[in-house]
Design a protein around this ligand. Structure first.
Ligand SMILES: Cc1cc2nc3c(=O)[nH]c(=O)nc-3n(C[C@H](O)[C@H](O)[C@H](O)COP(=O)(O)OP(=O)(O)OC[C@H]3O[C@@H](n4cnc5c(N)ncnc54)[C@H](O)[C@@H]3O)c2cc1C
Length: 261
């Protein structure tokens, strides 16, 4: 058995197509706004969200929509107002992709409950036959870690005992897949796995709030604490209303000023 730590890697994020933005600005006669606004806002995700929001009211400047007599010029004021009003649907235009590595199947079972605005690809225990059991030890088991290692080591031994009842070299891939899938039933929920998770910013804000709450499970809180740190740093206008508070187990709760936009 190998002890592991959950790891969060940011893999990808939304990128603005500058030519497309120019064409859109031409369509709205908003070239002046585009030139000025892009200088103020180099962050692609935040800029795309602002662009989508402004296109709803043609609020790229005064005069484009006769009903508008003033506009918020500053991206911070604009996006803060969006969060305050709860106009969160425009946050769905930009996404982030994370790799959650060495997380348990307890974590993955919980994260799949968040359906709206997400995409997931999980390492398959039908196709991948584990050589060993990797596992993260939650703080509540720290005082009994030796015993946990022993128990998991025994499961690993018994897994290989059952595995050795099959002649893998004589099996085709389909047969291997079926037996690997059958055998996984004796593996513990805590076995480390890997998940690629993409979500839009409206969803990420909600999942951070829900899953860093003290009543959430410690592993998902630990992972989403890291997600919160990344998002607050990389998208300051979309996550600037979150505040972090350390909890006694070393994880942090992140609470937004504007909940569930
Ligand atoms: C601390 C904690 C304890 C939990 N305990 C349990 C438990 O014991 N048992 C259990 O089964 N689950 C449990 N859950 C999971 C929980 O019930 C939710 O399924 C999970 O948090 C997903 O959140 P969500 O419903 O907001 O869905 P998300 O998919 O994150 O959706 C976000 C929002 O979109 C809207 N939405 C999404 N889908 C629909 C829809 N089909 N129809 C209408 N509106 C929709 C809702 O407003 C929803 O809040 C727990 C969650 C937490 C955080």
């Amino acid at each position: 058995m190998k002890q592991t730590e959950p790891i969060v890697v940011k893999l990808a994020e939304t990128k603005l197509d500058e030519d497309g933005a120019k064409k859109l600005a031409e369509h709205y006669a908003a070239q002046e706004w585009l030139n000025r606004a892009r200088q103020l806002q180099p962050n692609d995700s935040e800029f795309l969200i602002e662009l989508a929001g402004r296109s709803c009211y043609r609020s790229f400047g005064v005069g484009l929509n006769p009903n508008i007599t003033k506009v918020r010029d500053n991206p911070k004021d604009y996006l803060t107002n969006v969060l305050e009003k709860g106009d969160g649907s425009i946050l769905e235009h930009a996404t982030v992709t994370f790799a959650f590595l060495n997380v348990s199947r307890i974590f993955t079972h919980e994260i799949v409950r968040h359906r709206a605005g997400t995409a997931m690809s999980q390492e398959s225990l039908r196709f991948v036959r584990p050589r060993e059991i990797s596992l993260w030890l939650p703080p509540d088991l720290a005082s009994t870690s030796r015993e946990v290692v022993e128990v998991v080591g025994e499961i690993e031994k018994q897994y290989h005992y059952l595995e050795n009842h099959f002649d893998w070299d004589k099996m085709n891939f389909e047969q291997k897949k079926r037996v690997t899938s059958a055998l996984r039933r004796i593996l513990p929920d805590g076995i480390a796995t890997n998940l690629i998770w993409t979500a839009n910013h409206r969803t990420i804000r909600w999942v951070i709030e829900m899953r860093t709450h003290p009543s959430a499970e410690v592993e998902i809180r630990k992972v989403f604490g890291k997600v919160a740190e990344i998002c607050i740093k990389d998208y300051p206008l979309l996550y600037g209303d979150f505040t972090g508070a350390k909890l006694s187990d070393g994880t942090s709760q992140y609470t937004p000023k504007f909940s569930k936009v």
